[in-house]
Design a binder for this molecule. Sequence first.
Ligand code: F6P
Length: 545
Amino acid sequence: MALPNINPTTTKSWEKLTAHFKAIKDERLQDYFNQDDKRFDRFSIQWEDFLVDFSKNRIQQETLVLLEDFAHEMGLKGAMEAYFGGGVINQTEGRAVLHTALRAPEETQIYIDDLDVMPEVHAIKAKIRSFCDKVISGEHKGFTGKAITHVVNIGIGGSDLGPAMITESLQYYKNHLNVQFVSNVEGDHVREVMKTLDLETTLFVIVSKTFTTQETLSNANTLREWFLSHAGEEAIAQHFVAISTNLEKIAAFGIAPENVFPMKDWVGGRFSLWSAVGLSIALAVGPDHFDALLVGAHKMDKHFKDSPFQENIPVVLALISIWYNNFWEAESEAIIPYTQYLRNLPAYLQQGIMESNGKGVDRNGENVEYQTGTIIWGGSGTNAQHAFFQHIHQGTKLIPADFIGFKTSLYGEEDHQHKLMANFIAQTEALMRGKSMAEAVNELIEKGLSEDEIETLAPFKVFEGNNPTNTLLIDALTPESIGKLIALYEQKIFVQGVLWNIFSYDQWGVELGKQLANTVLEDLKGDSIAQHDASTTALLKHLKN
Ligand code: F6P
């Protein structure tokens, strides 16, 4: 079960989409709304607690039909079967891609090479639950007999971003444990965290799929040495646990087998928060909330697997994004959650999306001649309105944006919630509608400005509008709805990778920098400097002086 291998630009539907783009490129969103009072009904999906409104996009019914034809022509259905069925779709690493198995119900059977992976998935889940219960209840004691109060997750990339973002987003559901994250190899980062810890009551969770990552091992070693300067070797067992596929390296680090939570090589780092990598989440919010997160993700997987393309949220959002990326030549996409809880969602999705689909070689091993990958950025609303929104409203670039909001607030601050949602709704309306010259002039007349003043100022007050947005309006921020939301973006990544004919689940592009850093490290530590270009050599000399 491999992925199909088709150059998207050679398909009939690509040709039709190109012609269709030329035909409608000068049309305006506002006219679409004026001409069609059913536009919202046509271009929105209500599914469970999600309302997804994609009507404020530069699309017509025909656009979607052509995009769906394109998905069919590219073999998306077959690719989905291979993906969910445990096919080796991460071909360049020779692995299946089964993070979906981590959230599948117990009775499911998913095979890799005739082996059902589900019993082990559930055994690890049971181990996570029992460990978390003991730590949260205080039954698990530190080396001086005190209960654990602090947890430090040591990891980077997928071993940090997911657990950190989810823990932060579920802050409302948190228990008494103080959970922190150390990721950067910068010593000041780990030092700042150390300042806040009491060793007697701290649990260190080392997360590294490979257990070879420089940043994670450096931080883990520093913390271990610090710990051992206050406690004996035997105390490691109460204070250090590890999550990895590399059981040998964990043993060499000195962590006992009972403190190891294995992960499998068919789970990619950036898709791993659902596995034992999510231990810090489960500790922070308790195993029931962690399970609810998984339940939500599974519901989205099921929706994705079973829904026809036109009612399929990840498929529709992936297709619209391809429409902008490949036909409108949009350079980036913004993600704007209207909640502080999700302020780090854009950073999390940067890894998920850009490490997956930032690829320039197709599944034939040839350089692609079309755009792949989207640049993701963003920030939380309403803060972002006072930062980069100027650029979206009046800049020269086309920036499709996802607005994510929740109908209800968690603490029920009604006045705040009304204001938050008023901004949430008004911004997408403003981006779509804009403000014409006539409207700008009228406003200035009403303000009593002179004719000359109006003539000078009016051009700056015009908003072109016609800016596309998707609105994801979710009932409430719960572990389950967050699980659905993250799985939605994961499935969007999958769809786009299939349609761009690239391999989404490897990340060779991070290797070169790592390799060169090893040489540069020797230069920095040693007496001599190896052969480099003039810039690199000069920088090294400057550092060593
Ligand atoms: O940045 C490259 C990468 O391999 C990511 O894909 C991964 O999430 C991160 O490094 C951390 O890797 P590990 O979990 O093996 O330490």
